[in-house]
Write a protein that binds this ligand. Structure first.
Ligand code: S3P
Length: 182
């Protein structure tokens, strides 16, 4: 089985996948980095050359490869991964899908300074970044909430990886004992 972290850009997927990896001893993998390594190009360049539609196909292909080959991994997905094709159903069939339900304010704090380098956040004149992000987040929430579990993250002090590790030790005590988590 695999554990997938889903959520909006800046929700903390990569950071918490790394933390969870330390806590439960499973390797972690970042879908965007996997795509970049495989294609030898940055996500920004993939968007630039092939547009979003092409990127989504590459993303789907990479996800399917990972599902097939990387068992017992924690996977940090891209913010749009569960929105397209049947990616979400595929992830749910392969393991546990966890939504990091991070507040808009935290997301904004984290992405404000990196928006320029994020292909989806190039907004037009007359639009504010916050409005754009809020609209996109609201559209995506119905997909994100189809995850097996959702974890609210409202402040920087929250520790979703610890919460997930605790949850795993409760639902699968044989696999993730508390002792391993201490
Ligand atoms: C995207 C999020 C990005 C990356 C791509 C598209 C999205 O990943 O996959 O730019 O559609 O929200 P992160 O969520 O890791 O930033």
């Amino acid at each position: 089985m695999q554990i997938f972290l889903i959520g909006f850009m800046g929700s903390g997927k990569t950071h918490n996948a790394e933390k969870l990896s330390e806590l439960i001893g499973w390797p972690f993998l970042d879908l965007d980095r996997y795509i970049e390594k495989k294609g030898g190009q940055s996500i920004a360049k993939l968007f630039e050359f092939g547009g979003e539609a092409q990127f989504r196909k590459i993303e789907q292909q990479a996800l399917l490869e990972i599902i097939e080959n990387k068992h017992e991994h924690i996977i940090a997905t891209g913010g749009g991964t569960p929105i397209f094709f049947d990616n979400l159903e595929k992830m749910k069939s392969a393991g546990l899908v966890i939504y990091l339900d991070t507040s808009l304010d935290l997301i904004m704090n984290r992405i404000e300074h990196t928006a320029e380098s994020r292909p989806l956040l190039k907004i037009g004149p007359g639009e504010t970044l916050k409005n754009y992000v809020e609209n996109l987040l609201n559209k995506r929430k119905e997909y994100y909430h189809k995850a097996n579990i959702a974890i609210e993250v409202n402040q920087e002090l929250d520790k979703p990886a610890e919460t997930i590790a605790e949850y795993l030790s409760l639902i699968m005590p044989d696999k993730f004992s508390n002792a391993d988590l201490e």
